[in-house]
Write a new protein. Structure first.
Length: 155
């Protein structure tokens, strides 16, 4: 299962990239505020960096680690989730949750940004949870891309 949103903004990829990988600024553009825990001395995404994330959801407090993989400036950033927990208990209804944000330069110094997450539902509960999660994620992706555009429009 997957969720995806795309938006074209009026700034080039090399202006989008620094904001995207600055982990200290995540809560400026993410639509749902989260408690972000960075490793000591780390401020930017890089392969192997693990970021702790806690956020309140409709179902309870979700905690997880995001492990950054590809950081191909200024084109693509990816991470996968691990150690996902809901109110302290392991989440078993979905697995292999991964996210990619791609930047494609377009004419006129514009950038097409695509955010895409994919995951595997596990059993009937995973299918039900995914059906509930997907529309919310779609709105969050669209809001995140809009927030990025607003931040980059006002340097």
């Amino acid at each position: 299962m997957f969720c995806e949103a795309t938006r074209v903004i009026a700034v080039p990829p090399d202006r989008v990239w620094p904001l995207l990988v600055d982990l200290t600024r995540l809560n400026e553009w993410l639509p749902v505020k989260a408690e972000i825990t960075l490793p000591p001395g780390v401020t930017h995404a890089a392969p192997g960096v693990i970021v702790g994330v806690k956020r309140q959801t409709q179902l309870g407090m979700v905690g997880l680690e995001q492990v950054f993989g590809l950081c191909d400036a200024p084109r693509m950033l990816s991470w996968r989730n691990q150690n996902e927990r809901l109110d302290g208990k392991p989440i078993t209804q979905v697995k292999d949750f991964a996210t990619t944000i791609s930047l494609v330069g377009e004419a006129g110094g514009r950038t097409r940004i695509t955010a895409r997450s994919a995951w595997t539902p596990v059993g009937i509960m995973g299918t039900a949870a995914s059906a509930m999660m997907k529309p919310r994620m779609q709105k969050e992706f669209e809001q995140a891309l809009e927030n990025l555009e607003k931040l980059l429009s006002n340097p």
